[in-house]
Design a protein around this ligand. Sequence first.
Ligand code: BGC
Length: 743
Amino acid sequence: MKRSSLAPLVAALFLAGGSGAAEAQDRAIERKVEALLKRMTLEEKVGQLHQLSGRQMTGPGSEKFADKLADIRAGRVGSMLNVKGVSETREIQALALQSRLKIPLLFGLDVIHGYKTVFPVPLGEAASWDMEAIRQSAAIAAKEAAASGIHWTFAPMVDIGRDPRWGRVMEGAGEDTYLGSQIAIARVKGFQGEKLGALDRVMATAKHFAAYGAAIAGRDYNAADMSEHQLHEVYLPPFKAAADAGVATFMNSFNTLNGVPATASAYLQRDLLKGKWNYKGFVVSDWASIKELVEHGHAADLAQAAAQAIDAGSDMDMEGYAYTRHLADQVRSGKVKQSRLDESVRRVLVKKFEMGLFDDPYRYSDAAREQAALNDPEHARIARDVARKTLVLLKNEQNALPLSKGLKSLAVIGPLAEAKRDLEGGWIVQSDTSRVVSVVEGLRGALPDTRLLVAQGCDVACASSAGFADAVAAAKQAEAVLLVVGESWDMSGEAKSRADIGLPGQQAQLFDALAATGKPVIVVMMAGRPLVFNNVADKAAAILYAWFPGAQGGNAVADVLVGDYNPSGKLPMSFPRSVGQIPISYQQYRTGRPVVNEANIVYRSAYIDSPNTPRYAFGHGLSYTSFAYGDLAISKPSMKRGDKVTVSFTLANTGARAGEEVVQLYIRDKVASLVRPVMELKGFRKLKLEPGERRTLSFQVDRDTLSFHNAKLQWVAEPGEFEIMVGSASDAIRLRGALTLSD
Ligand code: BGC
């Protein structure tokens, strides 16, 4: 045999060996779990499903501390959250190892956007549209957390968010299902690596299952109510993508979905997740969400709540005390089947084996590794690089940006100009402002020869205009004016819904006062959500949206302001003109009365007091260079079901600087059995081009690209015509073509 003809055979054998080894390992774990299960008492089994918070063990309300320690020693606790650091995790693990069966604890924590090194908030990272950057950010968070004894992060949040009043949009990937699914995969891979058990990785959690982001009126924890079609089309795919990427666990959600609390939803957890999707990991409840079944009026008492939740497929009870108090009795009385309990315990134990905790329960708690990981200067460098990619240049008139490095003076004004804690954003493990670079500090580094005239103007709440005069005076003296405004870190996140998503207090008036000087005002805006800021959008010379950019935020912002980095972020959520437009998405359904002529909207699906369009559209983001799109070619005009079609085009950098563009592919299904959205994102790519460089790019379109959930929830591609759109934003389509799908 010639060498070349052997290669595929060798590859096939190798692959078979590889997956064979994994299967053998799975079977070995199964056997160990079954053997262990046989030795466990009912109480010990229930213990594996009880997750306890370490936070409640110290400080006020900690009088039951001793009881909790006793529970751990007795094997009545399976997992802890909010315990961190090598010494703490070792100390508590040692208690679990005093129990009869010595089953190790799993330590979970909300490592949402960094552990010690704070990265940009997840919505900001989504704006990078850079899957490698997102993966890397999660990988570094995992490395630091894992070295500190953490086994498991409660991230990524993959809830789609189309309502910026909902503060938790900060933790997600925005409004789009396709982008959200890609980001879900990148984050799961970043946290977990290729296989559970590596010492620099942690288990991830896809949360909150499901439809938590559809809280009515954007009020956190509120009910969600939607068609099954919408659930399957919009809200579930990122969860399915995470499951397919091997996410170790799911977390259910606080909300009801169509009248049933998600925590008690057998439809979601048992039929869909563990049934149709054949998911093998375990489901943890959200914080006390099993207990809240009583508050919802779905269970009469905690005992019934326990039965409902386990029957529905919630495996582990986070701080709800329903399982630990009632599950054993429920099983003894026959209200809950023994097999239900065993199945949940099995799922939890499998993960403990896969993480290697039975081999060495302390393997993640390593003082030397913790020391090295938490002080690795490379992590700050990467955080800066990731942060630069998340910044979105919304507006830039007459090339107000980048700032000239020869500026003599620059006024840096605003409540967030020198802020540190705010740049970290919400949901961080531990604030360490000594590691945070403010915008002023970043600018000092980037513009060493420029005199910075710093004036706060007001604090974030901006209840008083007393400081405005000083700010205006600074602006008048300076060659250029920069205003840094936005939310404080604790205005976005869990339980941080806002009915008014404008700039807080009188910040908009501070901007007006500066604009009244006649000088061009450049605005940097920070927030965990899209804000409404029409006066700034109308009058600012330039606007850079910085989200909460993390510890390296000031450096990243300065890099962009002075042009050391050419901005490349694109919005992962529509920015409305007013709260009245919410919920808002580029992916709206077609209506029978679309607006065809803005000048005549009579009896059209329109507002009489506002355009339908957002202030800034999904996918929007400017660069210091310009890109030209051309030469759209679709490899064949018509395709059959099994075919693949290539959509290709050229992209050229027509400006004077190197820059990155995010090219976006959208489709429209022209006629279908269910009315389809006006457009849907189906592909994107981020790439860098040198000035004058031109490249041919292509996207593959196949049956999957053209499919949707029909009225029977089947995933189908219906024959007919499709519009193919390529552009640099959902409102900046540069190329259009057509494709027909035949039977
Ligand atoms: C949040 C979850 C989080 C959990 C544990 C809950 O309130 O909804 O996202 O993982 O707390 O901290």
